[in-house]
Design a protein around this ligand. Structure first.
Ligand code: NAD
Length: 432
């Protein structure tokens, strides 16, 4: 009753609990801390603290057996201020509206930090992709694409791959959208196969970007990356590419893991051999010539650099006191909880935040989108050079802000991004 009276008297009514999730709590906590540091005007806190738009869809998919599966899909667009929205879609059993909302907010900061003309978005379907056949996944992807038609478009919202999705799903997605429009629309998604308007270098972009950022950070803190021992959690699109590139430049990759387990060798793993094993067996389990540990144990292996490249909330209050490294490079989105980050800070372990460390993916997605619009392709060297330059420039903005605001790199990165978006929001004003 008291709430009704307050509302009638014109007080602000707080948000509902629609985004409620642990990941959204983490994203909001980070936004609040950066906002406080910047003394962000309440107007911009209001305008940026919640997603601008979300679509939830429930749809049927026919299984190969004839049975019908009922699935829920999401697409969240965090801000429409910076241009079209951009962000991947994932398939997983934990996908939820709150998770997508948090990931969409991080996409906004990532794009703003890199100076890309996008707001953030994220989507996904709540499912267990490993239990679905290729045919079922195709029907699922095509139906999900069709359900999103009201909110997506090459100049409205451009999806991309994320966990559990890749080039194959992007091709189906692009084809479905194109069938509905009556002509090929390559620029509706990024991360497509090259033959369908994808860009050379997109598949490797996130992992490669992780390494470019790590190199820049090592130069700054006086660590020779070729002398460094590195442990990587996650051996998928991001983790396996980062491992291969680090191995190629001479770093010692001492541990890697996937969802099934981890392997450790303090003398350095033969990463091409590990990749061949995974290609042949689908898992790290059984890989010879290494000590076998649990999937999360690799985070605690003694080394200079830990790269969580699997999923969110892996460095927690429980294991943060046991990390034995100098640097955590967040290749995954949201791998460190705020409470764990406090412990790492107190222990003098530097954290390179996700919005910088894994921004290589969206940066090359942007290159792909530009090439699709231009109908003109760039070569791989050109792409790698531009990527390296943009990531190094972004790291420079982060270190400048960290010096100016006397804060850590995460708050610095978020501050650069939030300042940029808030300025754009201020200049656009409020409609009507
Ligand atoms: P992926 O599905 O290709 O690979 C994920 C890997 O993590 C797999 O090897 C899986 O076995 C492993 N894994 C899952 N749970 C694990 C656990 N508990 N312990 C150890 N390993 C585990 O996904 P991806 O595309 O490599 O994405 C990984 C992370 O990077 C995600 O957080 C994603 O949001 C983020 N990211 C991806 C991109 C991209 O371009 N793919 C871009 C930016 C950020």
């Amino acid at each position: 009753m008291a709430t009704d009276v307050q509302a009638q008297e014109g007080d602000q009514v707080g948000p509902g609990d629609e985004w409620g999730s642990e990941l959204y709590r983490i994203a909001s906590n980070q936004f609040d801390r950066a906002g406080a540091l910047l003394e962000l005007e309440p107007e911009f806190v209001t305008r940026l603290s919640q997603p601008r738009r979300a679509l939830v869809v429930n749809f049927p998919v026919r299984r190969d057996s004839g049975e019908v599966l009922g699935l829920t899909g999401y697409r969240v667009q965090h801000t429409l201020t910076m241009g079209p929205t951009k962000g991947g879609f994932r398939y997983g059993a934990d996908v939820s509206l709150g998770e997508c909302a948090a990931l969409a907010m991080w996409m906004t900061w990532k794009c703003a930090l890199l100076g890309l003309p996008y707001g953030g978005a994220k989507g996904g379907v709540r499912c267990t992709p490993s239990t679905l056949s290729a045919g079922e996944l195709e029907r699922l992807t095509r139906r999900y694409a069709a359900e999103l038609i009201p909110v997506i478009g090459p100049d409205r919202d451009i999806p991309a791959p994320d966990m559990g999705t890749g080039e194959r799903e992007m091709a189906w997605f692009m084809d479905t959208y194109s069938q509905m429009m009556g002509h090929s629309v390559f620029e509706i998604v990024t991360g497509k196969p090259v033959v369908l308007g994808g860009t050379t270098g997109r598949r490797e972009a996130t992992g490669l970007g992780v390494v470019y950022v790590t190199e820049a950070v090592c130069e700054r803190i006086g660590l020779d990356i070729r002398e460094a021992r590195v442990a990587i959690q996650g051996f998928g699109n991001v983790g396996a590419v980062a491992a291969a590139e680090l191995y190629a430049i001479g770093a010692r990759v001492v541990a890697v893991s996937d969802a099934t387990g981890g392997i450790v060798d303090q003398d350095g793993l033969d990463i091409p051999a590990v990749a061949r094993w995974v290609a042949d067996h689908g898992t790290l389990v059984g890989y010879p010539e290494a000590e076998h540990v649990g999937p999360a144990d690799v985070l605690e292996v003694p080394c200079e650099i830990v790269i969580p490249a699997a999923r969110e909330q892996q460095v927690t209050v429980e294991n943060a006191p046991r990390l034995r490294c100098e640097l955590v490079v967040e290749a995954a989105n949201g791998p460190t909880t705020p409470e764990a980050e406090t412990i790492l800070r107190e222990r003098g372990i530097l954290v390179v935040p996700d919005v910088l460390a894994n921004a290589g993916g969206v940066t090359v997605s942007y290159f792909e989108w530009v090439q699709d619009h231009q109908r003109y392709t760039w070569d791989e060297l050109d792409i790698q050079e531009r990527l390296r330059r943009q990531l190094r420039a972004a790291f420079g903005r982060v270190t400048d802000a960290a010096d100016r605001l006397a804060c850590d790199w995460r708050l610095a990165a978020l501050s650069v991004a939030i300042e940029r978006v808030a300025l754009a929001a201020q200049m656009r004003g409020i409609y009507p």
